[in-house]
Write a protein that binds this ligand. Structure first.
Ligand code: FAD
Length: 324
């Protein structure tokens, strides 16, 4: 029977949406190939998230309660996940391919000498083989990748799994897992922590995103987008060009190498619509584009398009909303 280990990432006492998606995916693989799902939780101080992992399908939740793991550190996390994988004879590790997952998956796979399969949205089984399905070419196509053995670290694409089908009645066991490491052994050290986000709403969870690109011409334009986002109850995102220019922090980047988002409303302001940017908004329900160039590719994706200067549209829209 296959032992599928899922990194059930939590924030505070609760699993993150990515952690739940990874558990959902792990459960699907387990029921398809005959196996069980076990969760591993790092740096938790309570059993709340371990209980949640069990409610989400895990038969065992390994709770690693080392205070050094409370703060994300790639070196420690890889070492610890490696230990849990080896000591529990796991066959496969499933991780959400969120920001942390993007940091972890390759390193962990290299450490375990197994395949790394990233951005996975689905899978198929036939005989001894598992076929992993993931978007390629900026989501213009789907690629199928076969692995002949189970041993792999699988990164699940954000927002690709249904996490609604869990029951609170599922029974499982919480097992404390011993992971010892001394501060002196840690090579990577957190030097400073900078509060980067402009808003408390995580991009990945936002229902409304007002996103800005190079067309804003500078950081000042983002203040206007922030005012609009606040009025709409949303948050601000950005293209890579705007982040690379230093106008906004890089954690606001939407796209292939940034956040994959699924809002009800995505307003793209001064963003051309490069394939790498569009790869992050494929699940957005309604896309509104504001761009001076009628030929900009963003208009092919947009449900509503305004060929206009943002400096005219955004203040007018903001004023209108202030009166509502
Ligand atoms: P531009 O392409 O320069 O577009 C600016 C737009 O603003 C233009 O369409 C212009 O007409 C419009 N404009 C100008 N003035 C105004 C105005 N006053 N009012 C309204 N509109 C105006 N990009 C991402 O965004 N996310 C990613 O995750 C990402 N990952 C990448 C990964 C790789 C491996 C590579 C190679 C690239 C990646 N990129 C990513 C970069 C991507 O290819 C584009 O370069 C980037 O998205 C362009 O950003 P932009 O649309 O803001 O800028």
């Amino acid at each position: 029977m296959a032992n599928i280990l899922v990194f059930a990432h939590q924030q505070g006492d609760f699993l993150t949406p990515g952690g739940k998606e990874a558990l959902a995916f792990g459960s699907r693989v387990a029921s398809s190939i005959g196996g069980e799902v076990r969760a591993v939780l790092l740096g938790t101080t309570s059993e709340q998230s371990a209980k949640e992992a069990i409610a989400c399908g895990a038969s065992i939740a390994y709770n690693v309660q080392n205070p050094l793991l409370a703060e994300y550190n790639v070196e420690l996390y890889v070492n610890c996940l490696y230990d849990v994988f080896q000591q529990t004879n796991a066959d496969m590790m499933v991780v959400s391919f969120d920001r942390m997952g993007k940091d972890l998956v390759g390193r962990l796979a290299a450490r375990l000498h197994v395949s790394a399969i990233t951005e996975v949205v689905d899978f198929k089984t036939n005989d001894e083989k598992l076929t992993w399905i993931r978007p390629i070419y900026g989501e213009k196509a789907f690629g199928e990748y076969e692995t002949t053995r189970l041993k792999a670290v699988v990164g699940i694409r954000q927002k690709s799994q249904d996490i609604t089908e869990f029951t609170e009645n599922h029974i499982g066991e919480i097992i404390p897992f011993e992971y010892t490491v001394s501060k002196e052994e840690i090579v990577t050290k957190l030097v400073v922590k900078i509060q980067a986000a402009l808003s408390d709403i995580r991009l990945e969870d936002a229902r409304i995103i007002v996103s800005g690109g190079r067309g804003l011409g500078g950081p000042e334009g983002f203040s206007e987008l922030q005012t609009l986002a606040n009025l709409l109850g949303g948050t601000v995102g950005a293209s890579r060009a705007a982040c690379d220019a230093g106008w906004v922090p890089s954690n606001l980047q939407v796209g292939q190498t940034g956040a994959v988002v699924a809002p009800d409303l995505y307003i793209a302001v001064g963003i051309s619509g490069a394939s790498q940017h569009l790869a992050g908004i494929t699940s957005a329900k309604t896309v509104v584009a504001i761009n001076t160039d009628a030929e900009a590719p963003i208009f092919k994706r947009a449900n509503i398009g305004l060929v206009a200067d943002y400096m005219t549209v955004i203040p007018a829209l903001t004023e209108k909303l202030k009166k509502v």
